[in-house]
Each structure stands twice: as structure tokens, then as C-alpha cells.
Design a protein around this ligand. Structure first.
Ligand SMILES: NC(=O)c1ccc[n+]([C@@H]2O[C@H](COP(=O)([O-])OP(=O)(O)OC[C@H]3O[C@@H](n4cnc5c(N)ncnc54)[C@H](O)[C@@H]3O)[C@@H](O)[C@H]2O)c1
Length: 375
């Protein structure tokens, strides 16, 4: 096993999630690289303290530049508020480290392009986080689409819904303000998840009409008062894409105010000959449509055996969020080694920039109240 030194900048929700995926790396059976978390940088001391339980982690700093100067760090994962992405990603690349970026890829289109230029300039291996395509059900959606057996594609819906912001008493955090979450709001937060598979299939929107909605205009500030919140919370993008010889309607949905949804990622592709549908609401259930004189929606339950990278877990056992995070990292490391061998790869720089082109068009459409063309 080749060891790869990892540094994490931002040890909050996602920093800890990634660290725990590395900690149970022995569950993967067909990878020959092993991440070793060697350093963490976070501004908050108790956040850094959590990482002391990881034996390989030896550097705990509030200054991420110290982490970037650590020769034991080969790859840096950055999970900080969106307004910091451009500066930190470019600093990582210019320090000569490979980058696993969190979404969104910068705070807006301009910053995404600046980061992409730094990737080109430095030649560092860079991918962007998007884990849901690693679900066995999502992998089967990709197989169904790539098989060509769906016939002429008639319509596509891809989205991500949760309801974390339905609670008006929840104190505001950085995701509630445009200055830290980005003017793109929920698009930056959930948009990569909704766009990743369509973009991988080559289904970039050629035009779109956006409906963006704000949530509660103020929330508790956590100190006994209230603070104004200005971020977009829900986004419905009604787009046209082009597949084969046809324009096809594709709806991209991103919602932080979706009653009853906890963390639901879904995709449905309907064609003249067949269809496929998967949602994490029923995380092991795949739906396949069969056309003909009589029409059927068939349902099957998938086990963890359907992941791109094999694991010790029994093949019929259910998959979870922690598993797909680990699968995504396996894809990152194996692609970095040139050993992806046809398995599903992480979101690329081109895909990440394309999401920002979609988000920029969505803001423009919302502002004008009209359809916007994408180049
Ligand atoms: N892939 C996913 O499913 C997923 C899920 C949630 C969040 N995210 C993304 O992960 C990123 C982080 O989100 P989160 O929910 O983990 O946030 P969080 O608020 O839980 O954690 C962010 C951490 O960054 C630290 N930080 C801020 N500025 C810093 C700096 N200059 N140097 C070092 N540390 C600094 C904070 O102290 C905090 O601990 C965002 O880009 C978000 O969109 C991805």
C-alpha cells in the first residue's frame, strides 16, 4: 500500500467526515493506496482537538499556511466557508500540493475560472467533492443512460432537497449570508450534487429559466438577538439541453426548504424505450421503466456490492453516506495514480466550472425574469 499524506483545512462537519472515512480505509479491498491524515488546520481550537484521536495526525495549527509548508502533506482537502474557497484553493495549488476541493468551486464563476487557471498553471491533480454518484443506485442510472437502451431521452429531473432551514429558530451560520455563502446561495451549496451526473452524461443546459426563492429574512444570531439572512434557499432551474438530435427539458432542483426531506438526492431519466429513477429517500431501491404494449416500472433492491470500489461489507448490506464519501476518495486516489480503470471518477475541474456557468446564468435569469442562453 502506497501511503499518501493528507492535510485537512477546515475540520468542521465535512473535515471530520473525511477524516473518519480515512480511519476505516481497511474496509476497501481493491485499492492499493492508503491516505494518512497527517495535518489539520482550523481556526477553532476545540475543532482541532477532535483530530488528536487520530494517531497519524501530528500537526494541529490555526494557520493553514503552516500546513501547506509541511512536506509530509501530499494532498489537501479544503472544507471552509465558500468566500474562502478561491484564495485557499489557489494557495494549496501554488504550494505544490494536489487539491480535493469542496463544492462550490469558488464563490462565483469568476473565482471558479481563477481556480481552474491555477490548476492549469501548477499542473496539480484536482477534483471537486460530489459523493452521491457513488451510490449503487446512481451507478445503475449511469449504466442505464450509457447503455443507450432508454431510446430517445424525453425528460430529465435531477435534484437535491433537504429541510434543514425549515426551522425558523435555527441560529444563522455562514450558509445564511451571501457574503460568506456566495450570492449563488443554495446553488453553490447543493448545485454540484444536482448537476454532476447530467454534466457527466454531456447534458449541459443550453438555456434556462430560474426560479429562486429566499427563506426566512432573519434568524437568531446565537447571542440573544436576530440577524438578517439574505441567501437564496430554493432553486428550480427549468433548462433545455441537447441530446442527439433533440432538445430535451431538464429540471435541476436544489432546495434547503423542502418539507419532509432530510437529505434527498435524486435523478430520473425518461426515454421512449425505457426509464430509470433513483432517490436516496429509498437508498437501495432502483426503479427501471420498461416500455412496450404494456408498460412497467420495475423495482429492485441493490446492495453495497454495486459500488465502484469493492469493500469487506457483505454485498447485500445497505449503503450509507459514510460509504459513498469513502468511495469518492477511493476514486480520487486511484485516478491520481492513473488506476481508475474505467470506474466512476470524481467531479472534474471542467465539470466544476460548468456548474458555476449554470449558477451564473440562473442568477441572471432570476434578475431579468427571463430565459438565459448558455454558451
Ligand atoms: N459534499 C457534501 O456533501 C458537503 C456537505 C456539507 C458541506 N459541504 C461543503 O463543505 C465545506 C465546509 O462546510 P461544513 O458544513 O463542513 O462547514 P463547517 O462550518 O462545519 O466547517 C468549516 C470549518 O472551517 C473552519 N475555518 C474557517 N475559516 C478557516 C480558515 N481560514 N482556516 C482554517 N479553517 C477555517 C471553521 O472554523 C470550521 O470549523 C463547504 O464548502 C460546504 O459547501 C459539502
Amino acid at each position: 500500500m502506497k501511503s499518501i499524506g493528507i492535510g485537512i483545512i477546515g475540520g468542521g462537519l465535512m473535515g471530520r467526515e473525511m477524516a473518519s472515512a480515512f480511519a476505516r480505509w481497511c474496509s476497501l479491498t481493491d485499492v492499493d493506496v492508503k491516505p494518512e491524515l497527517v495535518a489539520v488546520a482550523d481556526l477553532v481550537e476545540p475543532v482541532r482537538e477532535w483530530f488528536r484521536q487520530i494517531p497519524s495526525c501530528q500537526q494541529f495549527t490555526s494557520d493553514y499556511k503552516e500546513l501547506l509548508a509541511n512536506p509530509a502533506v501530499d494532498v489537501v482537502y479544503v472544507a471552509v466557508p465558500h468566500n474562502l474557497h478561491e484564495k485557499l484553493y489557489i494557495d494549496v495549488l501554488e504550494a505544490g500540493k494536489d487539491l480535493f476541493a469542496e463544492k462550490p468551486f469558488g464563490m462565483d464563476l469568476e473565482s471558479a475560472r481563477n481556480i481552474a487557471a491555477a490548476v492549469l498553471r501548477t499542473g496539480r491533480f484536482t477534483r471537486c467533492s460530489s459523493e452521491f454518484p457513488f451510490m449503487p443506485g446512481a451507478q445503475r442510472v449511469a449504466q442505464a443512460v450509457n447503455s443507450g437502451k432508454l431510446g430517445r431521452v424525453l425528460e430529465i429531473v435531477s435534484g437535491f432537497h433537504h429541510s434543514s432551514d425549515m426551522d425558523a429558530t435555527k441560529p444563522a451560520n455562514w450558509k445564511r449570508f451571501s457574503r460568506t455563502c456566495g450570492e449563488i446561495g443554495v446553488l453553490g451549496d447543493l448545485g454540484m450534487h444536482a448537476c454532476h451526473l447530467p454534466l457527466r452524461f454531456g447534458w449541459k443546459p443550453k438555456s434556462l429559466f430560474a426560479q429562486l426563492q429566499k427563506g426566512y429574512p432573519q434568524r437568531p444570531d446565537g447571542k440573544g438577538g436576530m440577524t438578517p439572512c439574505d441567501t437564496w434557499d430554493n432553486a428550480m432551474l427549468h433548462t433545455w439541453t441537447h441530446i442527439g438530435d433533440h432538445d430535451v427539458p431538464m429540471r435541476l432542483e436544489m432546495k434547503r426548504l423542502s418539507p419532509g426531506q432530510t437529505n434527498t438526492w435524486f435523478i430520473e431519466v425518461l426515454g421512449t424505450e425505457g426509464g430509470v429513477r433513483f432517490s436516496t429517500k429509498q437508498p437501495k431501491t432502483l426503479w427501471l421503466f420498461e416500455g412496450g404494449k404494456e408498460q412497467f416500472w420495475k423495482q429492485t433492491d441493490l446492495g453495497i456490492a454495486g459500488t465502484p470500489f469493492k469493500v469487506v461489507t457483505g454485498g447485500i448490506f445497505e449503503i450509507g453516506f459514510a460509504d459513498i464519501i469513502q468511495q469518492m476518495w477511493a476514486a480520487f486516489f486511484m485516478e491520481r495514480e492513473g488506476k481508475l480503470n474505467g470506474r466512476f471518477g470524481c467531479a472534474t475541474v471542467e465539470e466544476a466550472v460548468a456548474t458555476q456557468e449554470i449558477f451564473a446564468a440562473a442568477l441572471e435569469s432570476q434578475a431579468k425574469g427571463s430565459v438565459v442562453a448558455l454558451t
